[in-house]
Design a protein around this ligand. Sequence first.
Ligand SMILES: Cc1ncc(COP(=O)(O)O)c(C=O)c1O
Length: 439
Amino acid sequence: MNCRTGIDLYKRAGNIIPGGTHLLSKRPEIFLPEQWPAYYSRSKGVEVTDLDGNVFIDMSICGVGACILGYADPDVDAAVKAAVDNGSMSTLNCPEEVELAELLCELHPWSDMVRFARGGGEAMSVAVRIARSATGRDRVAFCGYHGWHDWYLAANLAGGGNLDGQLLPGLDPAGIPRSLRATAVPFNYNQPESLEAVAGEHGRELAAIIMEPVRHTEPEKGFLRHVRETADRTGAVLIFDEVTSGWRMNIGGIHLSYAVTPDIAVFAKGISNGYPMAAITGIRPVMESAQKTFMSSTYWTERIGPAAALATIKKMRSHNVPEHLKRMGDFVRKVWRQAADAHGLRISIRGIPPLSIFSFDYGEISQEMHTLFTQEMLNRGFLSSKAFYATYAHMEEHVCDYERAVREVFKTIADAVEKDSIHELLRGPAAHTGFKRLA
Ligand SMILES: Cc1ncc(COP(=O)(O)O)c(C=O)c1O
């Protein structure tokens, strides 16, 4: 397999774009250093064509979770093309944003008002600003990953790797004002006592409690209710980050399945199938505080994002897309489990079915095993990693082809474990875990 053009282009990028790309999760080093095709010329359905004309089936994170319907969905793209033809920008506002706000409030009956942004981390910053504006307080308690902004990375100013264990290890707070120290305090998912400790120390100073309702593990019974009660008791705004969890298990935020409502829910990439769009949805008394603070941006008013989001949500709803995502996710989990059992490999599987992740349980050599998996799957025509994010474009036939390849590759890996030769089979370095500065 020749992926030279993309590999060479990425070397050029490293000289002119600090960090090579603008998203950690798209760095080739995260998948397969020095071998990953890195760039695409075309993406359609589940197929991705690289710069050398190789066509891969994407069985990995599918646009980092941004394309729930699959790449270049015809219905969403038709809505976007119409928005382009009718002018994506004007001195006047686009009516689609009002329709979208109404649709989001209809789908989340606890909510009354919506603000829009375009990126997930950006929308989370808007939500935090609204919470601080509403409460007049500075400090926030959080768990999980919520983007790159100052309010979040401030957690690491306190030292002790506060953000380690919150999805992305190794985030340096370089460039974050030291005066933000102790303004973001972590707690641990499914550990009510860790939230209690934060609430005990900072309760009356908390502007917000921020979390994903679900990520890699389901909430234990009563955990979300406990978080809700803690927010009520302390007067903090409860913010559910649904940037990744939303729209996959049901139509809307995954919190709808748990009958615990936040004060604000934030939606982004999953909402608009590959076009920038983000929404901050909330209850009126909190959202009205957006008027006390200045938040305003030109491209928050363009038309493509709302048009894409409306088309995406309508299609997810009319085609019952979450059911399909769950089915494909369950199918892939079965493939991993059966292939691992067939070859005596120890693996763990976690995540909700549409966002499934497996890992080899072999201690130190696990990361080399993951890298070998990606390398061997690439040779067989699949973009693959430990994670599989299901899309509406994944069909059973794709998973059946994937299954054949996984069985072969798991056998190769099992044999290599037996012979202690994983390292020798790798044609480049092992994939990176988390964030680090590139040479
Ligand atoms: C839960 C969560 N919040 C926030 C973000 C940041 O979104 P974006 O990359 O669009 O800024 C992500 C991205 O992966 C996410 O998963």
